[in-house]
Write a protein that binds this ligand. Structure first.
Ligand SMILES: CC(C)(COP(=O)(O)OP(=O)(O)OC[C@H]1O[C@@H](n2cnc3c(N)ncnc32)[C@H](O)[C@@H]1OP(=O)(O)O)[C@@H](O)C(=O)NCCC(=O)NCCS
Length: 422
């Protein structure tokens, strides 16, 4: 068998993440999520100056493949102006969808089946909101309401309680109890997330990854958005500790210690090391190992630990070797359990905040974590980074990357991003 090639990431971009809320609609409330997908794909093409005909595939993650999000990868290829020969494939591994897409991209390149792949994800939670499941919710009624999106086979309920599958907040409560994570620790983590993200925004840390987007508002005026809308610079522990539990009366998780519902898109360009060198593009990072796994849905948030351990083992590294960690704050319990289980220095985890305030645009979250980590690794000159994400219905993915001293070349990821117009 031929030797595996190395897959590198040469660029990562994303839109700002806009609030998805019926009460207080955000800046992408009336925007199609596939339009956000087109924006990220086109920005990658512009910044890397890669010939569109040399893109071998476009992979887009999203678990909600209906309406504007159905057949979305192929639609984006067509709408973004690629030659007809550039195909598209849409991937669903729940919250892990776009990280799974990144794994498929890396494997296609490593095995020599492709040289250049765009891999991203998107979500409009304004258009396709998640249900909030509490113990008193009538699951039968809920199933009817959501039947156009998902009709779970009743046979799976012979094995697991329906709330364990659909009630992600309840599984986070269960894991917090199981691993002894206190309400105070969850509140403190969500505060930290907000303050770190606010500082990163002030310091312009997201400038190299975030595409400013011009939107026409319902009143007909135009506005440019270049920041994540749910970050609260004025967050305080006094306010957070007074918030009521969301998922059960005696629960620990409140509106601050779970992820924000947002709309957004993100994408990275993957290449073989040889192709990047041929094009004179300097990689951000090289993929060193990957892992994916299923897990009992009741302890779904623990999935991040499971796959991170696997990825470390495959790379022959230990947790102390990792300079930077990104994990999805679907609930604050995810980073806290990861830190506890793997003995990680918290100062290396989610250093610019996470989904508790930036948001969890489900289909886009996995690639966002990987890409934002790659940018931060380049700012800090880190060597190893490990991104992980647990997902609904009990799955998880992780990717471990290395930043090296690459050849002298153009760092596309350092160029300024132009404003995109919708
Ligand atoms: C929990 C959830 C239902 C809350 O939705 P919401 O009520 O629209 O949330 P809001 O952002 O309006 O926050 C509710 C309150 O908490 C407050 N709050 C939230 N975060 C805060 C923070 N960091 N600091 C201070 N106050 C905060 C808000 O100010 C608001 O109070 P107000 O009504 O007085 O303004 C929603 O965010 C959710 O479902 N999250 C989880 C998403 C999920 O499960 N994803 C899949 C995971 S795999």
């Amino acid at each position: 068998m031929a030797k595996l090639r190395e897959a590198v990431i040469v660029d990562f971009v994303r839109t700002p993440f806009g609030r998805a809320s019926k009460k207080k609609p955000g800046f992408f409330a009336d925007v199609r999520s596939d339009d956000l997908g087109i924006i990220v794909v086109q920005a990658l093409m512009k910044r890397t100056r890669v010939d569109p005909a040399s893109v071998n595939d476009i992979i887009i993650g999203t678990p909600t493949q209906i309406g504007e999000q159905a057949n979305v990868a192929r639609d984006i290829s067509l709408a973004a102006g690629f030659p007809f020969e550039v195909p598209g494939i849409s991937v669903d591994r729940a919250c892990c969808s776009s990280m799974a897409g990144a794994q498929f991209a890396a494997m296609a390149i490593q095995s020599g089946q492709a040289d250049v792949i765009i891999s991203g994800g998107l979500e409009s939670l304004s258009h396709f909101p998640n249900p909030v499941i509490t113990p008193d919710v009538d699951l039968g009624e809920l199933a009817k309401e959501y039947s156009a999106r998902w009709q779970a086979n009743p046979k799976i309920f012979d094995r697991i309680d329906p709330t364990a599958i659909m009630g992600l907040g309840l599984s986070a409560e269960y894991v917090a109890d199981k691993f002894g994570i206190s309400r105070e620790a969850l509140d403190q983590w969500s505060l930290r997330s907000n303050l770190r993200a606010a500082a990163a925004q002030r310091e312009g840390k997201f400038r190299n990854e975030m595409i400013p987007v011009q939107v026409r508002l319902p009143d007909g005026t135009e506005a440019v958005f270049d920041h994540d809308q749910c970050v609260r610079a004025d967050s305080t522990i006094e306010k957070i500790s007074c918030l009521p539990p969301v998922y059960k009366p005696d629960g620990k998780i409140n509106a601050a210690s779970c992820s924000k519902e947002v709309d957004g898109a993100a994408a990275a360009m993957f290449m073989s090391r040889e192709k990047a060198k041929e094009l004179g593009l300097k990689p951000m990072v090289t993929i060193r190992s990957m892992a994916w796994s299923g897990i009992d849905p009741q302890i779904a948030p623990y999935g991040a630990c499971l796959v991170s351990k696997k990825a470390l083992e495959r790379a022959g590294l230990s947790s102390g070797d990792i300079d930077l960690w990104e994990t999805n704050e679907a609930f604050a319990v995810v980073p806290l359990v990861l830190i506890k289980e793997l003995g990680i220095n918290p100062e290396r985890v989610n250093v610019n905040g996470g989904a508790c305030c930036i948001g969890h645009p489900v289909g886009a979250s996995g690639i966002w974590l990987l890409g934002t980590m790659a940018h931060e690794m380049n700012r800090r000159h880190s060597r190893y980074g490990l991104a992980s994400i647990p997902g609904g219905v009990g799955q998880a993915t992780a990717i471990l990357v290395e930043r090296e001293r690459y050849w002298k070349g153009r760092s596309a990821f350092l160029d300024k991003l132009e404003t995109a117009t919708l």
